[in-house]
Write a protein that binds this ligand. Structure first.
Ligand code: ADP
Ligand code: MG
Length: 417
């Protein structure tokens, strides 16, 4: 998804007022009727339709006239609303390059006034899952009424809350800075995902990051000096997480960052579950297995118990068997107590978990993934959306929208079904 933030500069106050009006209208409407947008926006000098045309030109809204003339937000429109709010809060004032594309997110650098660079994660639930739902079997058949913007907001809220709680408990995670709508701002992790660390078998190991000549190009090669230590650190983190009542559920080489000093940072938390989850054991074992498999394959580590034959092994590990979920001292209560206070409620958790279960089930079935933007928009558009009332509007958005005059339109919106 292209995020051309230059457009932000050309958007007027009225543009944002109308964009926010579309968002507000989406609480109760899949497609917000033009008249309703006009009523909510209350532009001083009129011209809502002209503004909508401008927003459409920049792909911030989607036009639908199949049932009646109306609009809904696109992910880009949602991005702009979140970015604007965070800029107004003084969290950052510039958006830089894209540094990551996750399964269901886009990650950008953002810059603060003092030059500090942070990471901005824009959640995009539905980008992969809906495609799979459509093309495979209907995981969400009995809950087809999900609104992807709403779910992306929940995912962001959850990620922010978990990151903050984990950070406070001394886990190696990015620092959670702020969150709005589907957007999480966190510290920028120096380094690379573990998957990008390459083993260079034919050269002596003496530095973490070297540049080689490859044809006319310089190639940066990163390699681990102490894979055994990194492996142990990672496994210790999974165990400690479980002891605190949590399972990552997507613990793999893509979600573990390594810096030049081989310091480990764990990222990507929206799918985390409590150790009291009915499938906790399976998720825990799968996380552990992922790490074992990766190190066995990439670093030729052997994990057989009482391994005597070390011929050909790059690294040996004193193995005492895989960590057993049943043997972990689960200090449960951590999740519920701390996260309840963070704004991520039990209800939010349940709702997100329902979707995530579908995602987790689906992971072994991932041959049919794609990320074409146009199609994504279509997918979202074609969703049978009924549950719309929960789209988030923070107080500041509502204040901004309402200005000084009283709005009874919101009540009107609330009453329409
Ligand atoms: P997804 O949930 O879509 O998998 P991730 O949170 O795993 O998204 O992020 C995708 C990629 O973006 C990561 O593999 C990493 O390269 C990059 N990334 C994410 N968060 C950060 C961060 N805080 N600092 C630096 N890079 C990051
Ligand atoms: Mg990830």
């Amino acid at each position: 998804m292209k995020l051309d933030v230059n457009v932000l500069r050309y958007l007027s106050k009225d543009d944002f007022r109308v964009l926010t009006a579309v968002e507000m209208g989406m609480r109760n409407h899949e497609i917000v009727p033009c008249e309703l947008i006009d009523r909510i926006a209350r532009l001083k000098h009129g011209g809502t339709y002209k503004v909508l045309k401008n927003l459409l030109k920049h792909k911030l809204v989607h036009h639908d006239s199949s049932k009646y003339d109306g609009f809904r937000l696109t992910y880009l429109g949602y991005d702009f609303l979140a970015i604007k709010t965070l800029v107004n809060r003084g969290i950052f004032n510039g958006v830089g390059r894209q540094i990551g594309v996750g399964k269901e997110s886009d990650i950008f650098e953002v810059v603060k006034e003092d030059g500090t660079v942070l990471a901005m994660k824009l959640h995009r639930l539905g980008r992969v899952s809906f495609r799979a739902v459509k093309s495979k079997r209907d995981y969400l058949r009995h809950r087809s009424s999900y609104n992807w913007l709403y779910l992306s907001r929940l995912a962001a809220l959850k990620e922010f809350a978990f990151m903050k709680a984990l950070e406070e408990h001394g886990f190696p995670v990015p620092q959670a800075v702020d969150c709005n709508r589907h957007c999480v701002i966190m510290s920028l992790v120096p380094g690379y995902p573990l998957v990008c660390i390459i083993v260079v078998w034919f050269l002596p190991r003496n530095s973490g990051c070297r540049t080689y000549k490859y044809g006319d190009n310089s190639v940066q090669v990163r390699e681990l000096q102490n894979p055994g230590v990194v492996f142990e650190t990672i496994i210790a983190a999974v165990i400690r997480l479980a002891e605190h009542g949590l399972i990552h559920c997507d613990f793999n080489e893509f979600n573990i960052m390594i810096d030049d000093d081989e310091k480990v940072t764990i990222i990507d938390f929206p799918q985390m579950v409590s150790v009291s989850h009915p499938n906790a054991q399976m998720y825990f074992d799968r996380d552990v297995e992922c790490i074992y498999k990766f190190f066995a394959k990439r670093y030729n580590m052997s994990f057989e118990e009482n391994e005597n034959d070390s011929d050909g092994l790059e690294v040996e590990i004193d193995d005492v068997g895989r960590p057993q979920f049943s043997e972990i001292n689960k200090n449960s209560g951590f999740l519920d107590k701390e996260l309840a206070a963070s704004g991520f409620t039990r209800k939010d958790q349940d709702e997100l978990e329902k979707l995530i279960e579908g995602e987790l089930e689906k992971q072994s079935d991932s041959d049919d993934e794609g990320t074409a933007d146009e199609e994504d928009e279509e997918d979202i558009n074609n969703t049978n959306v009924k549950q719309l009332e929960s789209l988030d509007l923070s107080k500041e958005d509502v204040n901004h929208q309402a200005g000084d005059d009283k709005h009874d339109d919101n009540h009107q919106v609330g009453n329409e079904h």
